[in-house]
Design a protein around this ligand. Structure first.
Ligand SMILES: C[S@@+](CC[C@H](N)C(=O)[O-])C[C@H]1O[C@@H](n2cnc3c(N)ncnc32)[C@H](O)[C@@H]1O
Length: 226
């Protein structure tokens, strides 16, 4: 299947409105300090200078969830990937304003960074409101597909957690179908409330807020890597 691991193409916007001077300065000055190195293997030591639990967010949008998790868990290292420049600027603003030292960013495709990590090295992986690609002929572009999931499974530690949030009914059904076929993940929901209510340690994202404002339902999936 031509899913995101094989097509190696990024769809969607790379830049929105023009950056203001302060935002451009963040990109020029702070981004190089917190950027994931461009090439080579990476681990907690190379990224943070010490061994520590690692978490990873695919498509962090404006970075509010990434920053909130980093602030809540200063002992962990957070790696966030997002190709959208204005989103990266948002995350840089949070890093500066909250004085976060445990976040590393990559402006680009998450999968190319994920594959440079050692296997079984992540405690958690977050995929929150991935681009839905609602048309059936675009289903192969969805991040929840066997190729990306194989990679996510390989990089999570046994016992690690994969969190997926969506407000898109098509994506919700698709994800449940794809995840249900996997023998390497266990869905942690015991009752509907477990996936209909946002867990307390799951900070709200911008897309989620927007979805709620528009009256959409939001679903919260937590899977344990077996
Ligand atoms: C609908 S937005 C959700 C953003 C954020 N997670 C939130 O909930 O507010 C999906 C995001 O995934 C990003 N994205 C798409 N493909 C990606 C990839 N291959 N690697 C990293 N991010 C990606 C997009 O740029 C976009 O910002």
């Amino acid at each position: 299947m031509n899913d995101p691991t094989t097509i190696r193409r990024l769809y969607g916007r790379r830049q929105g409105h023009k950056l203001r001077a302060g935002q451009a300065a963040l990109v020029e000055e702070l981004l190089p300090e917190v950027a994931v190195p461009e090439t080579g293997p990476i681990d907690a030591q190379t990224l943070f200078g010490s061994d520590r639990p690692l978490d990873f967010e695919i498509g962090f949008g404006a970075g509010e969830h990434l920053a909130a998790q980093a602030a809540a868990h200063p002992e962990r290292g957070l790696i966030g990937c997002e190709p959208f420049l204005n989103g990266v600027v948002g995350a840089l603003g949070h890093i500066r304003d909250c004085g976060l030292t445990n976040v590393r960013l990559h402006m680009g495709d998450a999968l190319t960074v994920l594959e440079r990590l050692p296997d079984a090295s992540l405690e958690r992986l977050y995929l929150l409101h991935p681009d839905p690609w609602p048309k059936a002929r675009h289903a192969k572009r969805r991040m929840v597909n066997p190729g990306p999931l194989d990679r996510i499974a390989a990089k999570l530690k046994p016992g690690g957690e994969f969190r997926l949030g969506t407000d898109d009914p098509t994506y919700c059904r698709w994800a449940m179908m794809v995840m249900n076929r996997r023998r390497d993940f266990k869905w942690l929901a015991r009752a509907p409330a477990d996936f209909l209510t946002r867990p307390a340690d799951w900070p709200e994202t911008r897309y989620e807020r927007k979805a709620r404002r528009q009256g959409h339902e939001v679903w919260y999936f937590r899977y344990r890597r077996l």
